[in-house]
Unconditional design. Sequence first.
Length: 188
Amino acid sequence: MKKGSIIILIIAILVIIAGVAIYMITNQNSTNNSSINLKTMIDTIYKNSNVELPSLETQKIGLSDNNVVSSYTFLSNNDNVEELVVSEPVMSSQAYSLVAIKLKNNANIEQVKQEIYDNVDMNKWICVSAEKFYITNHNNVIFYVMSYEDWAKPVYDSFKKYVNNEVGKELEKSENSDYELPPEMIVQ
């Protein structure tokens, strides 16, 4: 009977080990996709960017108001958004916006990223506009920054370094400064 108890004990231990291994593998996959703490990520990116930025406020944005979410994401709806964290100047006279968007697991990341790229308003501030817009993703987190190139590029590069350059398709846009004033505003 002692031999039977030992065999049962060994089988029980093997089942527990297999269960723990399966849990660890499953948890590792979900960690890669959704456990990034966006605020902590942004704080680390700033520390490592070696650029002097204006006084910024980083905050998690609630998803209940589609208009507010759209004002940061430029998406037509927030159906695919799981979490949204933005970092912008306390004084809004500076053209700077960093946005991290965690998407739901079933979202088409490239399609969402392209929609943001197509709809981004680099002139969303009064009297100033962003020179550069950079967007990419790491797993299900879309990251974009737009500002003056001297601010945007180091922050963008710091994000890529933070995720060990494991990024998706990278897109960038430059300001179109060929504005035409309406005829009624031209002084003759």
